[in-house]
Design a protein around this ligand. Structure first.
Ligand SMILES: [Zn+2]
Ligand SMILES: [Zn+2]
Length: 327
């Protein structure tokens, strides 16, 4: 029997599916500059369940597509499982290029590894972790390198392939902005813009434009090693000087609009409420069904019907009114 709760749950699921399908995509035509394919990428993205995000890897892939990103690196906290799941989904169901990554979460520093295959231990020093990233064929990016992490990166400065010069922590204060820029000047590595996405705000709000020879993982990794990136930082453009000139002359590359204050929190609340609401409907729906699912024999049904037809009330009538068996 179809209950109102079941209908409500079906309607909720249909609303979610239709809302997702009808959402506008921020697709853009491929950009080619100076003979390079320019790819919009976010190399620091976290997903559910291991990295404190409220979106699953497959949801992240859909969101990246919606935000017009050509590539993302799913960088699970000390795991590559999230990246593998996202890459599998994107390859089967369509979406941006997904690179398997990890955020190596050491106590004094965080390193973004992109293009790796196995989890790298957070117990390693920054220099040793970066060596392991390179041994796996990947590239290493200093994650949010504020002053507190500089001692840990001291022995690794010549090894880094990239450093986050703009990311959400830079938006928090001028002091943070200055520290990220200072580290970038010293590191002499590719400029990276990343959203450090945990499910709040738009994915790719800070992004990297990669000047790649091809729209492939190997093309992106090669471009990062060669430092061919451009990052927009609130009106300032950082990266390879020749590529910055190309971007300025062309005018198609743009800084994603800064979201209004509180929008990230609202988005996180919306998703969390949606998940809780859906779980509640499903849970209570099943519970109500279980409570009401009294096995009914043909004889029991006749008793109930008989009780109602004679004006009997509830369980008492069911116990006292007995019909003779049918002939
Ligand atoms: Zn981090
Ligand atoms: Zn992170």
């Amino acid at each position: 029997m179809i209950t109102p709760r079941a209908i409500s749950a079906c309607l909720l699921l249909a609303a979610l599916a239709l809302g997702t399908l009808s959402d506008a995509l921020h697709e853009r035509a491929p950009v080619i500059l100076g003979g390079y394919r320019v790819l919009a990428a976010d190399f620091h993205v976290h997903s559910f369940p291991l990295s404190g995000s409220n979106l699953a890897p497959w949801d992240i892939v859909m969101e990246a597509r919606r935000q017009g990103l050509d590539a993302i690196a799913l960088t699970g906290h000390d795991n590559v499982w999230e990246g593998r799941a996202g890459r599998w989904f994107s390859s089967r169901f369509g979406g941006p290029l997904v690179l398997v990554g990890e955020e190596i979460h050491a106590p004094g520093h965080h390193v973004i590894a992109v293009g790796i295959h196995r989890t790298i231990s957070w117990r390693l020093s920054a220099a040793a972790a970066i060596d392991e990233v390179h041994a796996q064929g990947g590239i290493a990016i200093a994650a949010h390198p504020l002053a507190g992490s500089w001692p840990a990166f001291a022995a690794a400065m010549g090894k880094l392939d990239g450093t986050e010069v703009v990311q959400p922590t830079a938006l928090e204060s001028e002091e943070n902005t200055a520290q990220l820029r200072q580290f970038y000047e010293r590191a002499r590595a590719a400029a990276i813009g990343s959203s450090d996405y945990h499910g709040a705000g738009p994915l790719g709000v800070c992004r990297t434009y990669v000047f790649s020879r091809s729209a492939t993982e190997q093309g992106i990794l090669e471009a990062l090693r060669a430092g061919r990136t451009v990052v927009f930082d609130r009106g300032r453009i950082v990266g390879d000087p020749a590529l910055i000139r190309l971007a300025q002359q062309d005018g198609r590359l743009a800084e994603p609009p800064t979201p209004p204050p509180g929008q990230g929190l609202l988005a996180a609340l919306s998703r969390t409420c949606g998940l809780l609401g859906l779980a509640g409907i499903v849970f209570f729906g099943f519970r109500a069904s279980a409570n009401g699912a009294v096995p009914q024999t043909g004889q029991h049904s006749r008793h109930s019907h008989s009780a109602r037809s004679r004006g009997g009330r509830g369980g008492h009538a069911e116990k006292t009114v007995i019909e003779p068996p049918s002939p």
